[in-house]
Structure formats: C-alpha cells, structure tokens
Write a new protein. Structure first.
Length: 106
C-alpha cells in the first residue's frame, strides 16, 4: 500500500519520535488534521497502532531506516556538544592556596 506524500511525511516524523502535536506544529497544520492523516495511514496500512504503522512503513520500504537514523542523529541537541567539549576553567594552585589562607593571615 502506498501512502500519500503528506501521510509519508507524517509517518517519517512519527518515526523520529514526534507526537501528533509536534507533527502539526512542524507542518503548520492543526492537530486534528495530523491525527486524521495518521488514522487514514493506519487504515491504509492495516496497522494496529502508530508504532505498528511506523514498523510497517519501514518494513515495506515506504520510509528508509537509514534516513530515519540520519534524522535522529542530526536532531541530537546541538547545545550538548558545546557542553561536552567546553574546557574546564583553570585556576592556578597559588590562587587557590592564597584564597584558602586569606582568613588565617588577615
């Protein structure tokens, strides 16, 4: 069974882990419209639920698993790489020691 281009687009978004609300926001459509597309796609593919719909679409090569994987990898939070690779601030040992003993000699 073939899906319409819009249904395929929504199934691809679902495969990436998006909810119907997030799909609607991404496609600038109402949530009801997206839910209707999901329901029609499920009926067309004879899927029991949305997860089954995505699995059938991948199995029937309506969406390619490699594309889904690439989209998942590319959507990883870009801010996290900055956090992981940010160098730790350096504090010289003499400054630390001077700060610790300020109270003793002041």
């Amino acid at each position: 069974m073939n899906l319409t281009p819009r249904q395929s687009q929504i199934v691809l978004l679902l495969a990436q882990g998006h909810t119907a609300d997030q799909c609607a926001e991404a496609l600038h459509r109402s949530v009801a419209t997206v839910q209707r597309h999901i329901l029609l796609a499920r009926d067309r593919m004879q899927a029991r639920n949305t997860t089954h719909l995505v699995a059938l679409a991948i199995a029937q090569k309506l969406i390619h698993l490699m594309i889904v994987c690439a989209l998942l990898v590319s959507s990883i939070n870009p801010d996290m790489s900055a956090v992981r690779h940010r160098p730790q601030p350096r504090v010289s040992a003499s400054r630390v020691m001077a700060h610790r003993y300020e109270g003793l000699y002041a």
